[in-house]
Design a protein around this ligand. Structure first.
Ligand code: PGA
Length: 223
């Protein structure tokens, strides 16, 4: 394996601390350390501290990510989660997920600010793009192409189209950009996505919640 393979679990607002710890307890010991294999889990904010401890104690090759971060620095912004605080726990942060753009009316300006603050704090921003025209700030190195029609619907994009979009954004932005695919990825279809030349991994929602299903996704990627 010479290019990176990213396999990222996005729990959304779904698991409490105990459920996240159970998941890490089941998945962590089965993970194999491999160069270029980057497996990450993104639970909700309240679970990050305990998740980090469990990963460290088990010495698992598992990265930790948040699903968002504040577009403001630390300060008088009640209820916000700044990158400066999150950097203690996370390696990466999902930014600009379509659920945030739709439900919380996130703008490209706010998203650019989040990316800037993530970078400043040493957190790798994983920018979700909904199509080839989504704005990608220059500093971004990792994106996930997640067409809205495919998220949580059981109807993924075709691997061929996902590959076409990935190639197009690499041509427009940078050949070094890593592009993941997300949207109804499961253990059956995962291989067809990661086999595409321009796809560097996957972002998985529903099929990541069950530890066994997530482990099958990893195994199917590696077999
Ligand atoms: P899904 O979600 O795998 O449940 O479609 C993916 C995502 O929203 O990141």
């Amino acid at each position: 394996m010479n290019k990176n393979l990213w396999i990222i679990a996005n729990f959304k607002s779904r698991k409490n601390i105990q459920e996240v710890l159970n998941w890490i307890g089941e998945v962590g010991p089965k993970l194999i350390k491999k160069d270029n294999l980057k497996i990450a889990v993104c639970p909700s904010y309240s679970c990050l501290s305990e998740a980090k401890k469990a990963i460290q104690v088990g010495n698992f090759p598992l990265l930790l990510g948040s699903q968002n971060l504040s577009n403001f620095p630390a300060g008088a912004y009640t209820g916000e989660e700044p990158a400066e605080a999150l950097k203690e726990f996370v390696d990466l942060s999902i930014i600009g997920h379509s659920e945030r753009r739709q439900n919380f009316k996130e703008t490209n300006e706010q998203i650019a600010q989040k990316i800037h603050l993530a970078n400043q704090s040493g957190i790798e921003p994983l920018l979700c793009i909904q199509g080839e025209d989504t704005l990608i700030p220059d500093v971004v190195k990792l994106v996930a192409y997640e067409p809205v029609f495919a998220i949580g619907t059981g109807t993924p994009d075709t691997p061929e189209n996902a590959n076409k979009v990935a190639l197009s954004v690499k041509q427009k932005h940078s050949a070094n950009l890593e592009v993941l695919y997300g949207g109804s990825v499961d253990e059956k279809n995962v291989k067809s996505f990661i086999n595409q030349e321009n796809i560097n991994g996957i972002l998985v929602g529903n099929a990541s919640l069950d530890p066994l299903s997530f482990l099958n996704i990893i195994n199917n990627c590696l077999s």
